[in-house]
Design a protein. Structure first.
Length: 180
């Protein structure tokens, strides 16, 4: 695997990502057996993670997406959350598995989770690929975590900087010189 010139180092390799998806998929399969599941991804960052995750969940399920933004083209959350695409499916009677690429400040996930709780779902469960605990502002935590990451700007496997780097097959720390 060749390291992108804008990436300082790999934090989570392709092999580690595959192991994370397998582990989380097996846990969710055990925990949600017999439930009416909808896997709800937060676009755009979740796309690779969610795709690989659902392939490892051995249960019937539905999928849908929300597009939510609080970053724009910056490196830190603005704190203002905007829903740009809402759920298409009525959530009444579903056990919602909310999939996010990274749990950072928690503002976006808290906002979305609070909205979804008013829509008749049996339960809301949060799955995040990456957890950046040092940055948490909102009172929220994930039920399933792929791995913890340090307080660095990360890209790849769906995560971006200014809509770039999503297609990297690993999670890497972006060089500060790229965004400062």
């Amino acid at each position: 695997m060749q390291l992108h010139p804008d990436v300082e180092r790999v934090l989570v390799s392709q092999e580690e990502l595959a192991e994370i998806n397998k582990r989380l998929g097996e846990q969710i399969t055990r925990d949600f057996k017999g439930k009416n599941i909808i896997v709800l991804g937060i676009l755009k960052g979740c796309i690779f993670f969610m795709t690989d995750l659902v392939r490892n969940i051995n249960l019937p399920l539905s999928i849908d997406f929300m597009a939510v933004s609080s970053y724009g083209s910056g490196t830190r959350s603005s704190g203002r959350v905007k829903i740009t695409k809402d759920v298409d499916i009525d959530l009444d009677g579903f056990d919602v598995i909310l999939v996010e690429d990274i749990l950072d400040s928690g503002n976006t996930l808290k906002y979305v989770s609070d909205i979804l709780k008013t829509r008749g779902a049996n339960s809301i469960t949060i799955v995040t690929l990456l957890d950046k605990k040092e940055r948490r502002v909102a009172d929220i935590k994930a039920d399933y975590v792929g791995c913890d990451v340090p307080d660095e700007f990360v890209v790849g496997y769906g995560l971006d900087y200014n809509q770039q780097y999503r297609n990297l097959p690993y999670i890497g720390a972006l060089k500060r010189s790229v965004y400062e």
